[in-house]
Design a protein around this ligand. Structure first.
Ligand code: FES
Length: 108
C-alpha cells in the first residue's frame, strides 16, 4: 500500500466530490462538511461515475440513477448491505493523498 497524491485541497471545496484516476482506476474523493473520504469511483449499481456526482445532505449522489451513499461510511442509503470500498486519506502541504493497495508512492 502506498499513499498517492490525487488532488490539491483547493480542488475539492466543502460539499463537493472530485474524480481522481490512478493506475487505470477511478476514485471518488468526497468533501462533506470538511470531512474528506475516498471511495471507489464506480457505482455498485451500474458503474456510474461517482466522482461526477454531487454531495447532498452528507450523501454522495450518483449522477446516473441517484443512488445515495453516506459520505462518511460509504453505506448505501437504501440497502445497508451495499457499501462503497473506501481508502485511507491524508493531507499534507495542501495536497490530498489516498492509500491504494498495490500503488506506487508518488503523484497520480
Ligand atoms: S449507476 Fe449509480 S445509481 Fe445507477
Amino acid at each position: 500500500m502506498a499513499f498517492v497524491k490525487v488532488a490539491a485541497l483547493g480542488d475539492i471545496p466543502t460539499d463537493s466530490v472530485f474524480e481522481a484516476a490512478v493506475g487505470g482506476n477511478v476514485y471518488a474523493i468526497c468533501n462533506s462538511g470538511g470531512e474528506l473520504r475516498a471511495f471507489q469511483g464506480e457505482c455498485p449499481h451500474a458503474g456510474g461515475p461517482l466522482g461526477e456526482g454531487t454531495i447532498e445532505n452528507g450523501r454522495l449522489v450518483c449522477p446516473w440513477h441517484a443512488w445515495e451513499y453516506d459520505c462518511l461510511t460509504g453505506v448505501n442509503d437504501f440497502d445497508q448491505d451495499v457499501k462503497l470500498e473506501s481508502f485511507p486519506v491524508k493531507t499534507q502541504d495542501g495536497e490530498i493523498y489516498i492509500d491504494i493497495p498495490g500503488a506506487s508512492a508518488g503523484t497520480a
